[in-house]
Write a protein that binds this ligand. Structure first.
Ligand SMILES: Cc1cc2nc3c(=O)[nH]c(=O)nc-3n(C[C@H](O)[C@H](O)[C@H](O)COP(=O)(O)OP(=O)(O)OC[C@H]3O[C@@H](n4cnc5c(N)ncnc54)[C@H](O)[C@@H]3O)c2cc1C
Length: 472
């Protein structure tokens, strides 16, 4: 007879869910994971990874078109949209298979279907239309001492901008487009909107981005976001901030959007619209109300260990609130399971979570922006270093970038780091580690950075904050 009773069950197999399952299995818990759609969740199948695969194609296309800049020639550079998408879907498929492998390796049972909480310690699973992976358990009623809800999030829908899968896309259609639009309107300039804007612009579409706030990439430092905006505009992207899309009029194969900036309206007609106005937690139809689990504006309320107000029910990842990022979900997963085990993990510190946007140029940050540090009453010292002063960036043909660091003037503590330019999503981790170790400027002065690397811009920005910059 199939197992129906576990120590820990996780609902949802995204980066929150599957990492929680692995850590639980490592700690000796009898563990199962429930999934209704794709192992690996949004991140592997419709988020982080397939977008990066598309952006990689765009990056190579960009370099091929600029081959001359490097003394090379590439004639008649073109692309096959179906092949670009096929590669991205193939990459997502590999991730999906990989999560299945990890479940088997760690002896984690996979229960296939849609889970609903019935009572603390009990949940039921209904069948799902998506085919189950081999060896998965099926619908039924199951028991678990601890149930972790990791059901993720879905696209937010704004009235008047309802996605229709044909003309008005969400990230699902934008990741597997039926056509390569010649013109595109992206509503929303967070990481998801900007990544798609960057991909489609590089592939040749006329792209307009509309952002309701005055600043694009609203969570980033204003100076970094402003720098990135200039680069996007240089690439031919049109950016309208402080404006709302108020109406979409659909024709057979185009959409006319009305954009209101508070002073007046304008209309643009495009082939396709991408609605990228954020995501909302999947909190519906999972029995939260029945058990009295507290929710707030579309997310489950949980403490820094993932505990909800109902003993035995936990929440991690996107469904437990912002920042809605895969690495935050993974980290919460480990903390939650270790706390269940009684290992006293460090609670989640949301001020140390880096954020990355993989557009061209890339953007990466951690900690407080200059504005937020000042709002918090900190007396700050700010350092900056542009990529034009970095040999490696010049050698790469990538001299447009900027690093900005924020220190506490009194203590020398690094409060935040903000970067725009080539490969900064790989570099930011240096500052993340530094901040976790509560580093000060002195320790960074003592740190040797390899030459030639773009990472030297990080050291120079630190030196600049203290009037000691060398290469500028
Ligand atoms: C286009 C795009 C690009 C992104 N890029 C990045 C990036 O570069 N970096 C980054 O950090 N983040 C990125 N994100 C965000 C990232 O994907 C999410 O933060 C991450 O997937 C959240 O993980 P999770 O485990 O909370 O949930 P999810 O990955 O959303 O997984 C939840 C899973 O739960 C399942 N589920 C839901 N309800 C039930 C139920 N009742 N029963 C059974 N199963 C259920 C769902 O089918 C899903 O598979 C991106 C998101 C998008 C959309």
């Amino acid at each position: 007879m199939a197992d129906t009773s576990f120590d820990i069950v996780i609902i949802g197999s995204g980066p929150g869910g599957y990492v929680a399952a692995i850590r639980a299995a490592q700690l000796g818990f009898k563990t199962a994971i429930v999934e209704r759609s794709h192992l690996g969740g949004i991140c592997s199948n419709w988020g982080c990874i397939p977008t990066k695969a598309l952006l990689r194609s765009a990056e190579i296309f960009h370099y091929m078109k600029h081959a001359k800049d490097y003394g090379l020639s590439a004639e008649n550079v073109s692309f096959d949209p179906a092949a670009v998408v096929k590669r991205s879907r193939g990459v997502a498929g590999r991730m999906n298979t990989g999560v299945g492998f990890l479940m088997k390796k760690n002896k984690i049972s996979v229960i296939w279907g849609e889970a609903t909480l019935e009572a603390p310690g009990r949940f039921s699973v209904k069948s799902s239309p998506t085919p189950a992976p081999s060896g998965a358990l099926g619908p039924g009623t199951y028991q678990a001492k601890h149930i972790i809800v990791a059901t993720g999030a879905r696209p937010r829908v704004l009235p008047g901008l309802e996605p229709d899968k044909k003309l008005v896309w969400t990230y699902f259609e934008a990741l597997s487009p039926d056509i390569m639009p010649k013109s595109l309107l992206v509503v929303g300039s967070g990481a998801i909107g900007i990544e798609f804007a960057s991909f489609y612009r590089t592939m040749g579409a006329e792209v307009t981005v509309v952002e309701v706030l005055p600043q694009i990439l609203p969570v980033e430092d204003a100076e970094i976001a402003g720098f990135a905006r200039k680069q996007f505009e240089k690439q031919g992207m049109k950016v309208i901030s402080g404006a709302k899309v108020t109406k979409l009029e659909k024709k057979a194969d185009s959409v006319t959007a009305t954009i209101d900036d508070g002073k007046g309206t304008q209309t643009i007609t495009v082939d396709r619209v991408i609605s990228a106005v954020g995501v909302v937690g999947n909190i519906e139809n999972i029995g939260l109300e029945k058990l009295g689990v507290k929710t707030d504006r579309g997310i489950i309320v949980a403490d820094p260990y993932g505990r909800t107000n109902v003993p035995g029910i936990y929440a991690i990842g996107d469904v437990a609130g912002p920042p809605m990022l895969a690495h935050k979900a993974e980290h919460e997963a480990v903390i939650c399971v270790e706390a269940i085990k009684g290992l006293h993990p460090h609670p989640m510190d949301k001020t140390m979570i880096p954020g990355c946007t993989y557009c061209h140029p890339q953007i990466a940050s951690v900690g407080l922006t200059e504005a937020k540090a000042k709002e918090a009453g900190r007396d700050v010292r700010v350092g900056r270093f542009p990529f034009v002063g970095n040999g490696k960036a010049i050698a790469l043909g990538e001299d447009q970038g900027l690093v900005k660091v924020i220190f506490d003037r009194k203590t020398g503590q690094l409060l935040g780091a903000h970067m725009v330019g080539a490969e900064v999503t790989e570099l930011i981790q240096g500052f993340v580690v530094a901040m976790n170790l509560e580093t000060t400027e002195e320790e960074l002065f003592h740190t040797v950075f390899p030459h030639p690397t773009i990472s030297e811009t990080m050291k120079e920005a630190v030196l600049d904050a203290y009037g000691r910059v060398l290469n500028m």
